[in-house]
Design a protein around this ligand. Sequence first.
Ligand SMILES: Nc1ncnc2c1ncn2[C@@H]1O[C@H](COP(=O)(O)OP(=O)(O)OP(=O)(O)O)[C@@H](O)[C@H]1O
Ligand SMILES: [Mg+2]
Length: 267
Amino acid sequence: MVRESEYLVFTKNLVKRFGDVVALKGVNFRVGYNEVVGLVGDNGAGKSTLAKILAGIYVPDEGEIYVKGQRFRRLTPQKARELGIELVHQERTLAEDHPIWRNIFMGREITGPLGFLRIKEMKAAAEKLLNEIGLKAIPPDTPVKFLSGGYKQGVQIARAVQFEADLVILDEPTIQLSISEVHRVLEYVHGLKKRGKSCVFITHNIYHVYPVADRFVIIDRGKIVAEFRKVDVTPEDLTHILVSIARTGTIPEKYEKINLLNVAGSN
Ligand SMILES: Nc1ncnc2c1ncn2[C@@H]1O[C@H](COP(=O)(O)OP(=O)(O)OP(=O)(O)O)[C@@H](O)[C@H]1O
Ligand SMILES: [Mg+2]
């Protein structure tokens, strides 16, 4: 028997409908403490919908969400944040004309007793943070619009780290990035793991997530169809499995015995 409190996040039977579209059809998803989960699936599989439910942006139609053992029917963005869940969106949410430091503190600015912004303090904190996650060369005064895609991801991750998120959800963080920028994002994820945090890394690209994930969860048309521990599969196995799901809707038989959904005691 799995106990909800053993996991940082645990969902039971999440259902989400958009009109006639059923985006999630009873999703049981879990993320352990200090675990990196690769969430993979085709376009429209429901990955972003699940992420947005965990971040309190969407309200599920059915099901439950447990965070650190606490049970919820729904979260709000505020509640999710309070619980330590940060979503780095697929649609970028940075204010392009504002400097890096401003973006890191946006909505949670440090202010003095009269409500004035403590700009110096925020700049210094931003600089320290950027250093910590390996974004050294660029001054925190730089407007975000001048940054590369990889660096922008870094700023969003810095935001999450600044507020000591326990779970950072990255929705397609490596899409449209160059190889060296992908590498940089993977470094951030390693950094989160080293700090004892958890991460959900959403992607189409197995090769991007493979180096950093502890476990892979495959979602197909609103259902989780398979889960594998990294030690049980190679990236080639996962590619093979994804191709099979896309073609036939099923996973090759030889992988069923290591599919955690079928392994007694692990689900
Ligand atoms: N706000 C919305 N209104 C209506 N339908 C939506 C909305 N958000 C998602 N959907 C639908 O729900 C399904 C799942 O979408 P979702 O964005 O979660 O998929 P995804 O796995 O993130 O796909 P992608 O890889 O393309 O980002 C799709 O059929 C999508 O069209
Ligand atoms: Mg998506």
